[in-house]
Design a protein around this ligand. Structure first.
Ligand SMILES: [Fe+2]
Ligand SMILES: [Fe+2]
Length: 309
């Protein structure tokens, strides 16, 4: 019988499970002469897929983490970007936020919804352009990418609200950008499309196919990239391990993200998503609760997408 052995990848330290007597999988890409750390650094250096962190999010987070009153300062920053302010108000008035009176100013939105919800609105609006991009290498269209990002953000937020309230904001923000590493890698996947598709046809997961091509996956490269954004370390860590929460050192946010990702991927088996059942058990919902969260995610995503499209 084949024996499994654990082999740490020299580049990214991920544990690779090898079957002792099984034929070894060749490194297949045209990048193999520089796979691993050197390739990752090069890709990050050349990446134009992700913009600098939006100033409005930096400002909103600064205000939120200080004791200052807040929304006037954020309103001042928003006032310098009228297009964004308009989109934020439009979303505030969507069915998702359930306001009975329409709001017409950022101050009013903050007063009625609370500063936390205002920050969430700003984050959604300012990341929609970034995450709503077509990925030619991965063959994912722009709408699907944005829908998936929103689904994971809302799913992670709902899970955190019910089980880990202290993680709500981090869960939402990390959920929105959890797959941004795919934006960074897309051009390179496109270069090796035949190899990537062949791996997917063999029922490999996306991150296994990436590891075959590059020596690392989209979670790892995103977490390295976001060091430049100065994202809170707990979000960076959870993004790194969102497909492998069992390697996260028991991090609850990694498991919340994974569970939300699994929920969003239910019924989308073509993506070869591999659940880590331990993480889903850790967040601890009954089948009925799980189905109810799934329904709430779908309804919320539909409301937001209808407003923003
Ligand atoms: Fe992912
Ligand atoms: Fe995902």
């Amino acid at each position: 019988m084949d024996k499994e052995i654990d082999l740490p990848c020299p580049a990214c330290k991920t544990i690779i499970k090898l079957k002792k007597n099984a034929p070894q999988e060749p490194v297949v890409s045209g990048f193999d002469s520089q796979a691993g750390d050197a390739l990752m650094k090069k890709i990050i250096k050349n990446s134009r897929a992700l913009p600098p962190m939006p100033q409005i999010i930096i400002k909103a987070n600064e205000v939120l983490s200080s004791d200052k009153a807040g929304f006037k300062e954020v309103g001042d920053v928003l006032a310098t970007d009228q297009a964004m302010a308009t989109r934020v108000l439009k979303l505030a008035n969507s069915a998702y936020y359930g306001l009975t009176v329409p709001v017409s100013s950022v101050q009013q939105a903050s007063a009625l919804l609370g500063f936390q919800a205002l920050l969430e609105l700003i984050t959604v609006v300012s990341t929609s352009k970034m995450m709503g991009k077509a990925l030619t290498g991965y063959a994912i269209d722009a709408r699907d990418m944005w829908e998936h990002s929103l689904s994971v953000a809302i799913g992670a937020k709902l899970i955190a609200e019910k089980k880990f309230p202290a993680l709500v904001n981090d869960a939402f923000n990390a959920g929105l950008i959890h797959d941004s590493g795919m934006l960074i890698l897309d051009d390179y996947v496109a270069e090796e499309k035949a190899t990537f598709e062949d791996a997917m046809d063999k029922k490999k997961t996306i991150q296994e196919a990436e590891t075959l091509l590059f020596g690392f996956d989209h979670g790892i490269i995103a977490s390295e990239f976001f060091k430049k954004w100065k994202l809170p370390p707990c979000q960076t860590h959870a993004i790194r391990y969102h497909h492998k929460p069992s390697q996260s050192g028991g991090d609850p946010l990694s498991r919340v993200l994974h569970a939300a990702d699994a929920l969003a991927n239910e019924n989308k088996t073509e993506q070869n998503f591999a659940n880590e059942q331990n993480a889903i058990d850790f967040v601890g919902f009954s089948d009925d609760e799980w189905a109810a969260i799934g329904l709430e995610v779908t309804e919320s995503v539909n409301h937001i997408m209808a407003t923003m499209s």
